[in-house]
Every structure is written in structure tokens, then in C-alpha cells.
Design a protein around this ligand. Structure first.
Ligand SMILES: Cc1cc2nc3c(=O)[nH]c(=O)nc-3n(C[C@H](O)[C@H](O)[C@H](O)COP(=O)(O)OP(=O)(O)OC[C@H]3O[C@@H](n4cnc5c(N)ncnc54)[C@H](O)[C@@H]3O)c2cc1C
Length: 428
């Protein structure tokens, strides 16, 4: 059988949320580069549904305010916001103890601290936007092998029965948390198992969510309830992220929906009134995976392939987005300066600029889990003081809010004014 051959500047392995967003950002900010995405699922733009109906069982992602700014810069926000529920308040509490803190968007002069968007809607919006670009999609197809060669990487791809060979000047690996390609190339990933699972489901409650996200820390682990449904009217539907041990998970999964609601009621309490319905449950084992050296000549890791976090603090994709934009900035600079895009100097700058952000974000979400996962009373008492203190001290509260909004810490401001100006030049 003949092998199909292709040359491309950039090959993105994996067209999930990270890979697809990177492709769109490259099309907008570095249109000089040819970009090919290889995705295992049939994500071809030809197969897009004509319209979108939000589903009760759709999985969703909490987007920080900083991520909205990035989607704005990609011209994606006007469409995305049609099904993105604003988070106007965050309520953090500790079950059975008195500590609690509340954050409000208006205290930060913003319309929202973040948003909850359906993953399916984000995927569809990205695909629609990509249809209008020159990005080349190979899907369903799989990257099966990679060989570093002079000036880039030779990538073997299987598309049905057809073998393809692509010579890329740079390979970006975006194949997710269980990244087989990362392992294949010998990148060293550090994984810590939390020994817990996240159960995800949409739930209905007798009281309206009032656009409030609840982060509740219980002795058995943290849980989050995020406002879901209409962006315009505060409804009665929330997206649940419930942390459970292996045995608790199998117990819960064996229950009827009514019994699941009762368990949830006992764990969460009555802040949202009665739990009246629970949708389809999905579950994931929780691990913290980080890669200290996510680049090498001609290859960079992004998204969950580079760092996978505990989902309860809702930081994983937000961090990934900032990393993607930092990488795009470096590609833009390389093209302007006539440097090869796979050069280690180019990719090394991405690593260097993104490192502090991912270290701080990993530490923030990991410490939330560890501090609040402790049932011992001195620790519990200290965190109560912490939560109350957070509520009383505007400085500390601002720090926490900026972390939650994805705007705090020493993060590179992405996209930079220089990148936005460049995109403006291309639009003219
Ligand atoms: C339960 C849960 C809740 C979460 N909630 C939040 C939240 O509220 N806020 C937040 O910011 N983050 C959240 N996250 C994190 C967020 O979901 C991830 O950061 C995000 O999905 C990462 O996307 P990705 O594209 O890196 O990986 P993935 O979404 O896993 O995509 C990888 C893609 O690569 C493809 N692929 C794999 N191997 C190959 C191959 N060999 N060849 C070609 N294609 C391949 C796959 O088909 C897939 O489409 C949550 C995560 C979990 C598990």
C-alpha cells in the first residue's frame, strides 16, 4: 500500500480542547505557518451538527475570567457565551464547621468571576471557527510513531487502512492525560495518585443557584457545584464534581437516582434546597501529573499531556489555555525573527515563561485538596480560621479571587498587546 506523504510546519497530535484551541490560535496569530491536526475521533468539520441543543447530561468546564479574555482574542467568545453560565459568586465552605468565604464578581468590578461552559458546545464552537481557516484536519486518524530528523520530526499516522507520513518542523503533543505519545518519546512524567475519583453529573435542585459556584470541603473529600444552564436566568441546574474513594464510588453508582440525591443531600447540605434529579454519572480517577521538562528540540507538550490536575478547583483547562497562548507567542516571535519554530531556544522560552504559572497553579489546587482533605482537628481548625480570615481580609480574599479567576500570580499576560496588534495587521 502506498504511503501518503505531506509536509507541514506544525503538526498537532490530538484535536481535543487543547489541540483544537492551539490550531485556532495559530490560524489567527501566526497565519504564515501551515498547521495539521491529527485526531483519533471523527472530528471532521463535515460531520458537524447544524444546531446545538444543550443537554442535561453534557459535561462542562469552569472557565476562569482570564480564559474568557483569551477566547475573546480568538473571536470565539460571542458564540461560546450563548451557552456559558456566568459564575457571579463563589462560596467556599467546610462541611460541619463554621468557616466559609464568599467571593463576588461585583467586588472586582467584573460581570463574572468565571463561566461554566458545556464541553460539547466548546468543541462545536471550535470546529465551526476552524472551518473558516486553512488548518488541515486528519480525522479519524492516529499518530502511531515519531522519529526526530534533522530540521524536525517525521510522524507516522494511520488513517483507517491508509498509512500517512508527515514531515513536520515542529510536533505539538496534545493527546491528553494518558498521553501515550509522551511516553513513547521518553518524556518523564511525575504522577501522584490522589486515591480518589471525580464523579461528574448534572443535578437539579429546588432552589435556584443564583449564579453561585459552591466549593465544599468535606472530610471525605472536596465537592463543587457549579451553576449550569441558561446564561440569562438563574435556573435550578448545577454541574456536580464529587470526590469519592473507590469503595464510595462503587456504592454510589449502585444506587438509584433518588438514593444518589439523598446521599448528595447528606454530603452537601441544603444551601441549594432539595436535590430533585441527578443526570448520567461519569467518573474519572484523580491524579496529579506533571512533566518538569515538557520540551525538547522539535517537540512540545501542551494541555493534559503536560499537566493534569485535580478537577475540583477547575484550573486544568484554564492553565492549559495560558500555556497554549504562551507557546503561540513564541511561534509568532520565531517567525518574525526568522528562527526555526522547532528550535530549542524557541520552545525553551515557552517552557521558561509558562513554568512559574503551572508551578503556582499546581500548588494552589494541590494544596486545596491536601489542606481540606484533612479530618484532624488542629488542621481543620486552622483551615476554619483560614476561611474566616479570607472572608475578613480583603487582601487575602483578593488573592484567592484572582487565583480563581485565573488572573493572579506572576503569569505572562496572554495574549500580549504585541500579539493582538499583529493579528490586527493580518485582519486588515
Ligand atoms: C472530571 C474533570 C473535570 C474537569 N473540570 C475542569 C474545569 O472545570 N475547569 C478546567 O479548567 N479544567 C477542568 N478539567 C480539565 C480539562 O478537562 C482538561 O484540562 C482538558 O480536557 C484537557 O484537554 P486536552 O485537549 O489536553 O486533552 P483531551 O481532552 O484528553 O484530548 C486529547 C485528544 O487527543 C486525542 N488523541 C489521543 N491519542 C491520540 C493519538 N495517538 N493520535 C491522535 N489523537 C489522539 C484524543 O482522541 C482526544 O481528543 C476537568 C477534568 C476532569 C477529568
Amino acid at each position: 500500500m502506498n504511503t501518503n506523504r505531506l509536509d507541514t510546519d506544525l503538526l498537532i497530535a490530538g484535536g481535543g480542547l487543547a489541540g483544537a484551541t492551539l490550531a485556532l490560535a495559530l490560524a489567527r496569530f501566526v497565519p504564515e505557518l501551515s498547521v495539521t491536526v491529527v485526531e483519533a475521533f471523527p472530528l471532521s468539520p463535515d460531520a458537524l451538527p447544524a444546531d446545538y441543543q444543550p443537554s442535561y447530561d453534557a459535561r462542562s468546564t469552569a472557565l476562569a475570567w482570564g480564559s474568557r479574555r483569551i477566547f475573546d482574542a480568538l473571536d470565539l467568545w460571542p458564540g461560546l457565551s450563548e451557552h456559558a453560565t456566568p459564575i457571579r459568586h463563589i462560596h467556599v465552605s467546610d462541611r460541619g464547621r463554621f468557616g466559609a468565604t464568599r467571593l463576588h464578581a461585583h467586588e472586582h468590578d467584573q460581570e463574572a468571576l468565571g463561566y461554566v461552559a458545556d464541553n460539547r458546545w466548546m468543541g462545536l464552537s471550535l470546529m465551526r471557527a476552524l472551518m473558516g481557516t486553512s488548518v488541515n484536519w486528519l480525522a479519524p486518524a492516529e499518530v502511531v510513531d515519531m522519529t526526530p530528523v534533522s530540521g524536525g520530526v517525521r510522524v507516522a499516522i494511520q488513517r483507517g487502512n491508509e498509512p500517512h507520513e508527515v514531515n513536520a518542523r515542529c510536533l505539538v503533543i496534545a493527546d491528553g492525560g494518558r498521553s501515550g505519545l509522551r511516553e513513547k518519546l521518553g518524556f518523564i512524567a511525575r504522577t501522584e495518585d490522589y486515591g480518589q475519583n471525580a464523579l461528574i453529573a448534572n443535578v437539579s435542585t429546588s432552589d435556584s443557584h443564583g449564579f453561585t459556584a459552591y466549593e465544599r470541603f468535606t472530610e471525605a473529600g472536596p465537592m463543587a457545584l457549579l451553576p449550569h444552564g441558561s446564561p440569562a436566568r438563574a435556573g435550578h441546574e448545577s454541574a456536580l464534581v464529587w470526590t469519592l474513594s473507590d469503595s464510595e464510588l462503587s456504592d454510589i453508582l449502585s444506587l438509584s437516582d433518588e438514593q444518589k440525591c439523598q446521599k448528595l443531600q447528606a454530603r452537601f447540605g441544603w444551601r441549594l434546597g432539595r436535590f430533585t434529579r441527578i443526570g448520567q454519572c461519569h467518573h474519572y480517577p484523580l491524579k496529579l501529573t506533571t512533566v518538569a521538562e515538557p520540551v525538547r528540540p522539535g517537540v512540545a507538550l501542551v494541555g493534559n499531556a503536560a499537566h493534569a490536575l485535580h478537577p475540583v478547583a477547575g484550573q486544568g483547562f484554564n492553565l492549559a489555555l495560558r500555556g497554549l497562548m504562551t507557546l503561540v507567542e513564541q511561534f509568532r516571535r520565531a517567525v518574525d525573527e526568522g528562527l526555526p519554530i522547532g528550535d530549542l531556544a524557541v520552545l525553551g522560552r515557552y517552557q521558561q515563561l509558562h513554568r512559574e504559572d503551572w508551578q503556582q497553579t499546581v500548588q494552589f489546587s494541590d494544596s486545596l485538596i491536601r489542606i481540606f482533605g484533612q479530618p484532624l482537628s488542629p488542621v481543620a481548625a486552622a483551615r476554619d480560621v483560614g476561611l474566616v480570615g479570607l472572608d475578613l481580609m480583603p487582601g487575602a480574599k483578593r488573592w484567592f479571587a484572582r487565583k480563581a479567576m485565573g488572573t493572579g500570580g506572576r503569569k505572562p499576560q496572554v495574549p500580549s498587546q504585541a500579539l493582538l496588534a499583529k493579528a490586527g495587521e493580518h485582519d486588515e
